[in-house]
Ligand binder design. Structure first.
Ligand code: GLA
Length: 406
């Protein structure tokens, strides 16, 4: 096959380098274990998870590296390659408090896995640990570095502490940590996408009842590109929370006309159309996006099932227009990347991914179209903004796992 994928990451060089950094930080010794946990990109179902709708994420072969070594005492030390400081505490976690820093994510998970071990009567397996986090996933780019680190930490801890926890247990531990300890009202999509990842598949996840299925995505025929605007909006979390609130208010209003509905995803288009003139105009536009995006996501799934990648890609691009015009989460840099991508031969569709406001677009393309796409994105973007976006071509990934150190 002419355009087979490049070797998947993490490469043995990346792993060796992470192990080396671990030893520099925590001292020499051979008994270091390394775990990998992917990031994710969502192809369809934008801003639907917290509205009970369907989403179609897939894990990517960039993510978090977690190096772990057991200690003989009960100390826990958590460090990151991006932070000169480290958190030190005792295994009883007496001093575990939220610091509003990156370490809250793995610490929240640690609290969960430790509690699960105690509940299962397996407390004696808990040991002190030195842990170093790192990776090759752009942070704050909408590729879910938070779910990557949370589910990855849950996996590493259950493996090292020999706990009998299922993939779903790990997903829920990650979710509870993010919602409880970290305090982010995230939807269920990200930890599911990471924890249930299966290479060569898109996850179909219905966020109303958390039912899921795998849809094939042929990595030899199609590639996923991520184009990063390198724009990071500090106020993105606030703007995201505002969208969550606006959708909730729109639903409160619409539910009066459709009392059996349990979330915005349930509202029929006719009910919405009949009510929209009496709604707050912003809330109405948010609801319009959600209701149409639900229909688009079902249509995209059908396109994939009948092996119609063109239909799938077109749904992605229509989703971007709706995110830009109705949900107001795009940015000129994102719009430019989508516009340039879809003008390329071999590109099936493109849209912003993650929450928006900056970050990345995702592009679905036929293998072989990579070079033209890259040059066009860089040329158009540089002409308009005077700098280059970061372009990456990603393969799929199988989810959190222990890696062998050669
Ligand atoms: C962020 C959130 C996800 C989801 C997307 C929008 O990435 O973490 O849960 O809501 O935004 O689809």
């Amino acid at each position: 096959m002419a355009h087979r994928r490049a070797a998947a990451t993490p490469s043995s060089d990346e792993l060796a380098s992470h192990a080396l950094q671990f030893r520099r930080r925590f001292g020499d010794g051979d008994d270091v274990r390394i775990f990998f946990s992917p990031g994710r990109v969502n192809l369809m179902g934008a801003h639907l998870d917290y509205n009970g709708g369907p989403v179609m994420p897939t894990a990517i072969d960039r993510g978090t590296f977690i190096a772990v070594r057991e200690r003989r005492d009960r100390r826990l030390r958590l460090a990151s390659t991006l932070d000169p400081e480290m958190l030190e505490l005792d295994l009883d976690l007496g001093a575990a408090t939220r610091s509003k820093r990156w370490v809250d994510y793995p610490l929240g998970v640690l609290i969960e896995i430790r509690a699960a071990a105690i509940a299962a009567g397996l407390e004696t397996r808990l040991t002190g640990l030195d842990i170093l986090f790192g990776g090759n996933l752009p942070i704050g780019a909408g590729l879910s570095s938070s779910a990557s680190i949370c589910v990855g930490t849950a996996f590493a801890l259950k493996t090292v502490w020999e706990q009998a926890l299922s993939r779903m247990d790990l997903v829920h531990a990650a979710l509870r940590a993010e919602r409880g300890f970290v305090g982010v009202q995230c939807g269920i999509m990200d930890p599911y996408a990471v924890g249930l990842a299966s290479e060569g598949h898109i996850l179909w996840l219905d966020c109303k009842d958390a039912s899921s299925a795998y849809m094939p995505l042929d990595n030899d025929r199609y590639a996923i590109a991520i184009a990063d605007t390198l724009v990071r909006r500090e106020l993105a979390q606030g703007a995201f929370n505002e969208r969550v609130r606006q959708c909730a208010r729109a639903f409160e209003h619409l539910r009066e006309r459709q009392p059996e509905s349990t979330c915005l995803r349930d509202i029929h288009l006719e009910v919405f159309e009949a009510c929209r003139s009496e709604m707050d105009p912003t809330q109405a536009r948010r609801a319009q996006h959600v209701i149409h995006e639900v229909a688009r996501t079902f249509a995209a799934r059908d396109a994939l099932l009948r092996d119609d990648p063109v239909g799938f890609g077109a749904a992605m691009t229509r989703a971007h227009v709706s995110l830009r015009d109705l949900f107001d989460v795009s940015a000129p840099e994102l719009d430019q990347l989508v516009e340039s991508a879809v003008a390329c031969e071999g590109v099936l569709g493109s849209r912003l991914t993650g929450a928006g406001f900056g970050g990345c677009t995702v592009i679905l393309l036929r293998r072989g179209a990579e070079d033209e796409l890259r040059s066009r994105l860089i040329a158009d973007f540089s002409t308009r903004f005077g700098r280059r976006p970061a372009i990456g071509f990603f393969g799929g990934d199988a989810g959190p796992r222990e890696m062998r150190l050669d």
